[in-house]
Design a protein around this ligand. Sequence first.
Ligand code: FES
Length: 235
Amino acid sequence: MASPFDVLEVDSDADDEEIERAYRRRVKEAHPDHGGSAREFQLVYTAYRQVMAGNTDAELEVASEADADERDTASAAESEADPSAPEEEPEPEETGSKVEFLNYEILADHGWQIDDDDLFEKASEANLDQGDYGRFFVQPRENLLEAAENRGFSWPYSCRGGACANCAIAVVDGAVEMPSNHILPSSMTDSGIQLSCISRPVTDEMKVVYNVKSLPGLDELRLPSDPFDNAQLND
Ligand code: FES
């Protein structure tokens, strides 16, 4: 058993910024694509949620040494395998709503517009970085921002409560429900602009452009200081 702070590898008196930094580092280490496991990944996420909720007395069950040995053995066997064999893709979590996403900030680099009819088709053929274009599944308990983070992506945010526009996304296909919204005018929500921190998919499939906070009209709604403006995708 370990405290949430131990899991995140931060001191118990760490401030929010240190905790965020530790979470980003740990969630990357624990991601199955980076040598971790789904169990480790969930553990780190649970620890982060508990620390942020102030529930720091909770004890979390960490992976046993037997689990770790099993994983080491498996990865050793993997590295001894025939190098010419194709790499096995990690098992994706394929339940829930499928979200295909694209980073707004790279559109200009490719001469694309957000309202291009074939935007996602072009993106799928452009060999983009995995943080800029990809897919993940959103579980019923998750909002879009949480789902992205739980899969190892760093999407912009600030308040996490529907009170700024830092987490804004453009829903290109599909639909979300957004229970409370204090800032977006209906003209924006009607055109598909939503807040990922409070939006949950209500369709089986969606296409969203994230990181649209610099779109005209959204810039002035953002919180003035956004500690994550400079965050790198999958940092
Ligand atoms: S992070 Fe502020 S509205 Fe979503």
